[in-house]
Design a binder for this molecule. Structure first.
Ligand code: AMP
Ligand code: ZN
Length: 469
């Protein structure tokens, strides 16, 4: 039985989706002001990928949405310094993000919405919040009225009693007049003509950060959906505010399960540029590390435990990955006689049981990886003594492939697009063209081209082929 630790209830709970066989996941994605760092990739890369892959392994159809925050103070500041529009500035980091995802062997989410493309949806929610008394306008900006939502604090379990206007705790740095120091910005009025801003029913301005996730999650997954995930730093205030906004607007429960990944530390310390222990995924590739070793290291500690990233650990992970690959290569290359070895059959059954019970237990990847290591040890021993038979060879190779559908550590890591994924992108491109959304259609063509898929528009429809095929 698959169980997740739900931050909302503070307990391990059996996973029950809203619609049978289907799961909707919303993951809080990166702010694209710079290249994503390895902490980001532990959370939205490898943890998000493991979650979606294991749900699929368990037979669910997954709809995974991960937003891209492409308007925010740092983006505004740096784009201005470089004389670029925010779109031109962020394009480079968005492209790099997907390159890194591919290199790390992470599947891309089904939908990757950008904040700047969903301003209308955010404005709609703010209008709904104002109409229901949850939001108010002050000096052209809009704020969420926390006193209107008595359940505020239910996710983070922070007791807000007594934290009133003028209180010393958590006084927000918003400059405008607010009714209560805790209230947070939904919409920020434009202050100067040259800052990025949108003309909307709320006036000229830009959205606060939290509102984008309420708008994009509900747009793609519905007002109530299954899983909301992100790094632990987001519990408060971001996710608490998302709940207040979404539930305030709809009157319905927002997300059923809340999953949070613990932060990654580097050599025992929080990562920071000033300390010199800040690494992007690209930095590690430049140092010559294998992306699969990085993936293995990020997988090796269950997502709710703190992971201490060290170079020694990374070198160890590289050796482990190599030994696993050797094991599989040896297993595949051995000539075997017909039949099966009961000991190996039992070892394979045990490995499957350990793998699944580990993963069912809130994605305990370290138990599941241990199952693979135990199996490889037993198989290697059998190979040394010529104890492997043809049925074992076939069954264990198949089992390793099943494990690897979740871990993706035996191959090069690079994710190959499946035929079905290619077809669905082509369908989406056709849809975009019918809607005359040529920008999106071109984007999909480019995305496929990057992955080695070329398209040919013929009178009978679109044909595709793999480069070099
Ligand atoms: P950001 O770009 O800072 O909004 O972060 C994007 C995602 O990475 C969020 O889910 C964060 O919680 C997560 N994140 C940021 N820093 C770390 C870290 N050191 N370890 C793990 N996850 C992190
Ligand atoms: Zn978010």
């Amino acid at each position: 039985m698959l169980k997740f630790f739900n931050t909302l209830s503070g307990q391990l709970e059996e996973f029950r989706p809203i619609r049978e066989g289907k799961v909707g996941i919303y993951f809080c994605g990166p702010t694209v002001w710079d290249f994503a760092h390895i902490g980001n990739f532990r959370s939205l890369g490898v943890f998000g990928d493991t979650l979606r892959r294991y749900l699929r392994y368990r037979g669910y159809e997954v709809m995974h949405v991960m937003n891209i925050t492409d308007v925010e103070d740092r983006i505004i500041k740096f784009s201005k310094e470089q004389g670029l529009s925010i779109d031109d500035y962020t394009a480079r980091y968005i492209e790099a993000l997907w390159e890194d995802f591919d290199a790390l062997g992470c599947e891309r989410p089904e939908i990757m919405p950008r904040a700047t493309r969903h301003i209308d949806e955010m404005v709609e929610i703010i209008k709904r919040l104002e109409a229901t008394g949850h939001a108010y306008r002050s000096e052209g900006s809009y704020y969420y009225r926390i006193s209107s939502f008595p359940e505020y604090g239910k996710l983070s379990k922070i007791n807000f009693a007594g934290n009133i206007v003028g209180g010393s705790e958590r006084v927000d740095t918003d400059k405008y007049e607010k009714e209560d120091a805790r209230d947070f910005a939904l919409w920020k009025a434009a202050e100067s003509p040259d800052e990025p801003a949108w003309d909307t029913d709320l006036g000229r301005g830009r959205p606060g950060w939290h509102i984008e996730c309420s708008a994009m999650s509900m747009k793609y997954l519905g007002e109530t959906f299954d899983i909301h995930a992100g790094g632990i730093d987001l519990v408060f205030p971001h996710h608490e505010n998302e709940i207040a906004q979404s539930e305030g607007a709809t009157g319905k429960k927002f997300s059923n399960y809340w999953l949070h990944a613990e932060h990654l530390k580097v050599e025992g310390e929080s990562m920071s540029k000033t300390k010199g222990n800040y690494y992007t995924f690209r930095d590690l590739l430049e140092k010559g590390f294998d992306p699969v070793a990085i993936r293995y290291l990020l997988l090796s500690v269950p997502y709710r435990k703190q992971l201490n990233f060290t170079f020694e650990g990374l070198r160890g992970a590289a050796k482990t990955v190599e030994s696993l690959r050797d094991f599989r290569a040896r297993l595949a290359a051995t000539r075997t006689e017909a039949g099966s070895n009961p000991e190996l059959r039992a070892a394979a059954a045990r490995a499957l049981e350990e793998f699944e019970s580990g993963m069912d237990d809130d994605l305990n990847t370290s138990v599941a990886l241990a199952a693979i290591h135990n199996l490889s040890r037993e198989v290697n021993r059998a190979l040394d003594t010529c104890g492997l038979r043809a049925d074992d060879q076939r069954d264990i190779l198949e089992l390793v492939a099943r494990f690897d559908s979740v871990f993706n550590i035996f191959g090069s890591g690079q994710q190959e697009l499946l035929d079905a994924e290619i077809q669905s992108l082509i369908d989406e491109r056709q849809d975009a063209r019918h809607r005359r959304d040529f920008a999106r259609a071109d984007q999909i063509r480019d995305q496929l081209a990057e992955r080695g898929i070329t398209l040919e528009d013929t009178r009978d429809g679109v044909r595709w082929k793999r480069r070099g095929a």
